[in-house]
Design a protein around this ligand. Structure first.
Ligand code: GLA
Length: 437
């Protein structure tokens, strides 16, 4: 990884050198950092319809940059992993730099990656990602500090070197104490957030803290040890104090960061959304400033856009409360669409295998994406949704090819060969034709 990154820097340097040659009258070269896209493109509907008739690929110079369609509306981002940063000749690397201006670290800042054993911190991949982001001044999203998944088991054990499973520790009474877990969490958050205080502006402090039944915070029966071990410290009847402690530690490490809470299924589960509302409000009441809610938005092709809109409205209504509780920061509360992709199989149990999608099915996907984006932009108009982030660079590089089972999925804007899918154009068109209100 480090080697690849050094290669990128070498290429960047040579690109800069080429630019200076240009100014000396030599043959013009493309500066990949600032000019991955034909600058004469006008981002009009007519031009979009023209371009749509060509066969283009994600990194093609003639293809407009997606984020440009959204200028003045909202930011457009992508999640990827540091192994996708190859060099500036690589099409995936180029497509990231070209289309998106917000980058989420896909795996590099998950605690099992960073802190696999006591006293061991591994920042190589996160550092490389961050340096890459700085090439284009992208906004970086740190993902994620506290989660029940991709977290090292040792955090939850009384003795970090205990090799028994967490289930056995639970049965044997050898789980960590509340104090132990709090101390480990605080040390971790302080170390990580402080390290990136100048480079990572936004953190998903807590991920997926709500249970699937829509009744509240995830507990021991929902594969999370957090609330079970740390418990209800202030006796208010809610075992959500670990969330408060996590936000307080992150805030202490970076006063200016945007600190968010992120969860899934909120687009369709109004019960879960209500729990998110209740939780964030409880935190406000305790003086904990949560700057926004992330709707992961791993949606399916049949996503109900109206239900989604109503659920967004509920969370958007926290904005006024945020202003009341934290007047100094009024206007800062936001919703981010953090992990958008569209499963082309409806229902997790349907088969799929190596399904080949028809043009009609890709058109259906394009229509659904356009409908959603138009709805998101209504919230962007009100200053509530600030950013839309796609979870993955292309259909080959999507978690949906292996979850919930191995089957070829087609959830993103570029096909496996990076050819541009109809939904890229429909999303661009939705941005161009969006009418406020
Ligand atoms: C969740 C997590 C992400 C990622 C995706 C699947 O949504 O928040 O970090 O693991 O699942 O790739």
């Amino acid at each position: 990884m480090k080697t690849s990154f050094k290669r990128i820097l070498a290429i960047v340097l040579s690109a800069c050198m080429m630019l200076s040659l240009v100014s000396c009258g030599e043959e013009a070269e493309v500066d990949y950092l600032t000019d991955l896209t034909d600058q004469s493109l006008t981002y009009t509907l007519d031009e979009l319809y023209d371009i749509e008739t060509e066969t283009l690929y994600a990194a093609d110079y003639e293809l407009p940059a997606l984020y440009k369609y959204f200028e003045g509306l909202c930011n457009i981002g992508v999640a990827f992993t540091s192994d996708q940063i190859v060099d500036l000749e690589d099409d995936i690397t180029k497509s990231i730099l070209k289309h998106y201006r917000v980058y989420t670290l896909g795996n590099e800042l998950k605690p099992d990656h960073v802190n696999p054993s006591e006293g061991e911190y591994n920042f190589d991949d996160a550092d490389a990602f961050v340096e890459f982001g700085q090439l284009t001044d992208a906004t970086l999203r740190g993902h994620t500090l506290v989660w029940h998944s991709q977290v090292p088991d040792w955090w939850f054990k009384a003795d970090p070197s205990d090799e028994s499973s967490l289930e056995d520790c639970l049965a044997n009474g050898t789980l960590a104490t509340s104090d132990q877990l709090i101390e480990r969490m605080q040390e971790y958050i302080t170390t990580v957030v402080t390290r990136y205080a100048d480079t990572i502006d936004i953190w998903d402090v807590c991920n997926e803290v709500l249970n699937d039944s829509g009744t509240g915070v995830r507990g021991i029966n929902d594969s999370s040890y957090w609330s079970y071990i740390i418990g209800d410290l202030d006796g208010d009847g809610y075992s959500d104090d670990y969330i408060q402690i996590a936000f307080e530690a992150a805030r202490a490490a970076n006063e200016d960061a945007v600190l968010m809470i992120n969860d899934y299924n909120m687009e369709w589960s109004s019960a879960k959304c209500q729990q998110m509302y209740n939780l964030v409000l409880r935190m406000f009441e305790k003086g904990v400033r949560i700057d926004g809610v992330g709707f992961q938005s791993h949606i399916e092709l049949d996503c109900n856009v109206e239900t989604y809109r109503q659920n967004l409205e509920l969370i958007a209504s926290l904005s006024d409360l945020y202003d009341e509780y934290f007047p100094e920061y009024a206007g800062n509360f936001r919703i981010t669409i953090t992990e958008l992709d569209m499963d082309m199989f409806i229902g997790s149990n349907s088969d799929g295998g190596y399904y080949v999608w028809s043009d009609e099915e890709f058109e259906q996907q394009a229509e659904k994406y356009a409908e959603l984006i138009d709805m998101f932009l209504d919230f962007a108009d009100e200053g509530v949704i600030d950013t839309i982030i796609f979870w993955g660079t292309d259909d080959e590089n999507s978690w949906l090819n292996s979850t919930p089972k191995i089957r070829r999925n087609a959830s993103l804007l570029f096909d496996r060969d990076l050819s541009v899918k109809p939904c890229f154009y429909s999303i661009a068109e939705a941005a161009l034709t969006h009418v406020s209100g």
